[in-house]
Write a protein that binds this ligand. Structure first.
Ligand code: NAD
Length: 440
């Protein structure tokens, strides 16, 4: 099928490459000329495991091209996927839909024939219906452009795998034709047994924000428990393990630590609260404000713990931060908890050195005041405290004996509860983790 993928960021670039990989003829579109140049040359503009391979083979197959022209896209696609950003509006909790609207405005007047427009971006419930009216107004005489919503659930760090083998597909459609078209797009996945939930657009839009709200709530729940554990002298990891054996609860997303961040969860739960208020049901989801607040509090708590461990004053103290990205296996630093803590320590006078295997360049752009690099020993040289804030696999491989020789004081905060504390303690480190007694 001839598909266009409009917006080739973390979501769209992967979607475009994977759709070509399963046999479609794909045109990727973005307003960012640098990004389009890089993608056309087979260079992913961001770090995502496995993307370079799918991109290279899709380009070589001739089934994947990129452009900055929405007019070209209009001429190419039977199905147009919208994958542009829907960030938080400045000064508001609500989602900023200006990029989605701009795509519709730039695409629809040039559509030569009837087609299906499919939103994948995360949007407030009611967006499909609103866009349908806009599209009808803009479409050329005789052209019918139906709109559907097919929210995306991929995880950065596993984006290629999640796109090729999703755990479910959700299609919000208003006609049988639209449903059949989407089933044809995803035929390979459907044949492989991926569950396909066909529903109305409002429900489809809500599935995505509900899923993110649930995940965020689970993380904030365990982080709230961690704070109680700290006060009571209990161990949140054992607590989570014991809770997790209850199959109604499950162990995943119960890892206490610095909390969630990134370009999705925080802004999505805020936009959900804003939309629920517009719909007159704000109180139904007010708990998400609390979830957000608990999450932000972990950043303050971690910075305060670092200050406490260096004796109450961070001025001039050398601090090493391990991790800049919001999660491992990504270079994405949007709303990164690790960088938020690093910046807070810097504001309190600390001399902060941040290490990240893939995100250092993005971190420097986002926080020019911080020193960010990709040499771990250099970041830890002379440190009076080390904070482990993003759970990169390579940090678990660090030899605490060797690292102890490089730092000034062997003091560690494990903000992700992910390092082997016994080994670090045996190597002479003082280890503190959120929600855990001093000995665990
Ligand atoms: P992103 O910022 O990485 O990518 C958005 C892209 O859209 C950018 O490359 C930007 O240049 C481009 N763009 C903006 N306006 C455009 C226009 N008028 N025409 C063409 N291109 C335009 O964002 P992202 O992380 O890929 O997220 C995109 C959407 O997908 C958001 O709604 C997000 O919530 C949702 N989502 C993201 C993920 C994820 O893991 N990143 C997962 C699921 C859903």
């Amino acid at each position: 099928m001839r598909l266009t993928v409009i917006g080739t960021g973390y979501l769209g670039a992967v979607h475009a490459a994977c759709m070509a990989d399963i046999g479609h003829d794909v045109l990727g579109v973005d307003v960012d000329t640098e990004k389009i140049k890089a993608l056309s040359e087979g260079r992913p503009p961001f770090y995502e495991p496995g993307l370079d391979d799918v991109l290279t083979s899709a380009l070589a197959s001739g089934r994947l091209r990129f452009t900055t022209s929405l007019r070209e896209a209009a001429a190419h696609g039977e199905v147009h996927f919208i994958c542009v950003g829907t960030p938080q509006q400045p000064g508001s909790q609500a989602a900023d839909l200006r990029y989605v609207d701009a795509v519709v405005d730039g695409l629809v007047p040039y559509l030569p024939v009837s087609c299906l427009i499919v939103g994948k971006s995360t949007v407030p419930v009611g967006t499909t219906a609103r866009l349908a009216a806009r599209i009808e107004r803009l479409a050329p005489e005789g052209v019918r452009a139906e709109v559907a919503w097919n929210p995306e659930f991929l995880r950065e760090g596993f984006a290629v795998e999640d796109t090729l083998r999703p755990d479910r597909l959700v299609a919000g459609v208003t006609s049988r034709e639209a449903d059949e078209t989407l089933r044809r797009v995803y035929a390979v996945m459907l044949e492989a047994g991926v569950p396909y939930i066909s529903t109305d657009p409002n429900t489809a839009e809500l599935v995505k924000v509900a899923a993110n709200s649930f995940l965020a709530t689970k993380i904030s729940f365990i982080n709230a428990m961690a704070e109680v554990c700290d006060a009571a002298g209990a161990d949140v990891v054992t607590l989570a393990d014991a809770l997790g054996h209850d199959t109604r609860i499950g162990r995943r997303f119960l890892n206490a630590g610095l909390g969630f961040g990134g370009g999705c969860l925080p802004k999505d739960i805020r936009a959900f609260v804003a939309r629920a208020q517009e719909l007159g049901v704000g109180p139904a989801v007010n708990f998400l404000d609390e979830v957000d607040e608990i999450n932000q509090h972990q950043r303050t708590r971690t910075a305060a713990l670092a200050r406490h461990l260096v004796g109450g004053d961070l001025t001039g103290r050398r601090v090493a931060v391990l991790g800049a990205t919001f999660k491992p296996n990504s270079d994405d630093v949007r709303d990164s908890p690790a960088l938020a803590v690093a910046a807070a320590l810097h504001r309190q006078g600390a001399d902060v050195r941040v290490h990240d295997p893939e995100g250092a360049a993005n971190a420097r752009r986002a926080h020019p005041e911080l020193r960010c690099g990709s040499d771990l020993l250099e970041a830890c040289q002379g440190a009076e405290i080390v904070l482990h804030l993003t759970e990169w696999g390579e940090y678990r491989e660090v030899d605490p004996v060797k690292l102890a020789r490089v730092v000034r004081e062997p003091v560690l905060i494990d903000g992700r509860n992910a390092l082997p504390h016994d080994e670090w303690r045996a190597a002479g480190w003082t280890v503190k983790a959120l929600g855990r007694p001093a000995h665990s």
